[in-house]
Design a binder for this molecule. Structure first.
Ligand SMILES: Nc1ncnc2c1ncn2[C@@H]1O[C@H](COP(=O)(O)OP(=O)(O)OP(=O)(O)O)[C@@H](O)[C@H]1O
Length: 353
């Protein structure tokens, strides 16, 4: 559906996108993640034909965006970082205008626009001027224009910026719904957002691909060790003694705040070892019943820090995360922790009319 090969973009001498390659199948949601200035918007602008590339190819649904821009663009709906809204039009007038430039058939137009307004929950403001809308509503109108014509590929640059938490959930649900029939690429600073809705995550830094994998695989592989959270009834000493008989356990961490005779702890092992059965039998022999046992994963936030603070030299292809860990080298241009923290902030809340 989308095939990007060796994409390079230079602004003068500045290399904004550096040899980026990836493919995306139909119906997938790809999360594009990276700190400020990583090259996300530049890549999206190239994918949508807004700007040219210095080198490389982009195929959208079999059409080369540079050689057959019209055909390729017909397959794309785009919500840029700053949606191009006509402030003096009403919402309905604007969506009508968008439908016209996307050559939506006249007899399908009204029904399609009504449906998209319901999907994006803007029906109640359909007759209002765009300039009078709050930021949250404007963002939803921007999303609505991207969906007009129901293109095969929908590209969304920071789609939940400016929305309140309730609207964020609604838009995420809508994006998931859209992925049943569309291929979606979205960029975000919000790590939790990406892990919640994307099938595939691509982390880029300084224009280069750092890693590309599923959110689950990223957590499991990059962590290097597996954690097991346990809640066990009994004395801490007895539990500790029982678990220390399991050679695969590399570390035990007890939660000091546990109360009521229930001990909470995390047991770590190497990635390849599944210790659940051994834990079950050891605690059963010690007559310490398990109340809860579940795997814990490294958060996407930690993964992001791990990968972008220490920029690895070679850019990685899918599933090459461990190689990256081995090749890690301290880079003085690494992303400061505060930047990554800031990336995990939910967007500002905006009150609707
Ligand atoms: N028109 C331009 N002329 C010169 N440099 C540019 C231009 N647009 C972007 N850049 C530079 O290219 C790099 C990538 O920018 P880009 O906007 O693609 O990053 P981004 O990942 O989308 O960042 P953000 O999350 O802050 O939007 C940055 O260093 C930026 O300053």
């Amino acid at each position: 559906m989308i095939e990007v090969k060796h994409l390079v973009k230079k602004y003068g001498e500045h290399l904004a996108v550096d040899d980026l390659s990836f493919t995306l199948e139909k119906g997938q949601i790809l999360g594009f993640l990276g700190p400020n200035g990583a090259g996300k918007s530049t890549t999206m602008n190239i994918l949508t034909g807004y700007i040219s590339a210095t080198e490389g190819t982009v195929m959208i649904n079999g059409h080369d965006i540079f050689d057959e821009p019209e055909e390729a663009k017909k397959c794309i709906g785009y919500l840029p970082e700053l949606p191009p809204l006509y402030q003096d039009m009403t919402v309905r007038e604007y969506l009508n205008f968008v439908a016209d430039i996307k050559f939506v058939k006249k007899n399908e137009k009204r029904k399609m626009i009504d449906r998209i307004m319901r999907m994006t929950k803007i029906t109640e403001v359909s007759e209002r001027l765009i300039k009078q809308l709050s930021k949250g509503y404007k963002q939803r109108v921007g999303l609505a224009q991207a969906i007009v014509g129901f293109p095969e590929v929908i590209i969304l640059d920071e789609p939940t910026v400016g929305l309140d938490p309730m609207q964020i959930i609604e838009i995420r649900d809508l994006i998931k719904e859209l992925s049943k029939n569309h291929t979606i690429i979205l960029s975000s600073h919000i790590l939790s957002e990406v892990s919640a809705i994307c099938d595939q995550v691509m982390i880029i830094n300084k224009g280069r691909l750092i890693v590309s994998d599923t959110p689950d695989n990223l957590s499991q592989h990059i962590g290097g060790s597996k954690g097991l959270h346990l809640e066990v009834k009994g004395e801490q000493e007895a539990i500790k003694k029982a678990l220390e008989t399991i050679p695969e356990i590399t570390k035990l961490e007890f939660d000091k705040n546990a109360k009521g005779g229930i001990v909470k702890l995390s047991a770590y092992s190497n990635e390849e070892n599944d210790i659940r059965e051994a834990v079950f039998y050891a605690l059963s022999d010690a007559k310490c019943p398990i109340y809860d046992m579940h795997s814990t994963k490294m958060s996407l936030e930690n993964i992001f820090l791990e990968l972008t603070q220490d920029s690895p030299k070679p850019h990685a292809s899918k599933n090459s995360n461990r190689l990256l860990r081995k090749n890690k080298k301290k880079d003085e241009d690494g992303i400061p922790a505060e930047t990554a923290e800031a990336m995990n902030q939910e967007p500002e809340q905006k009150e609707e009319n």
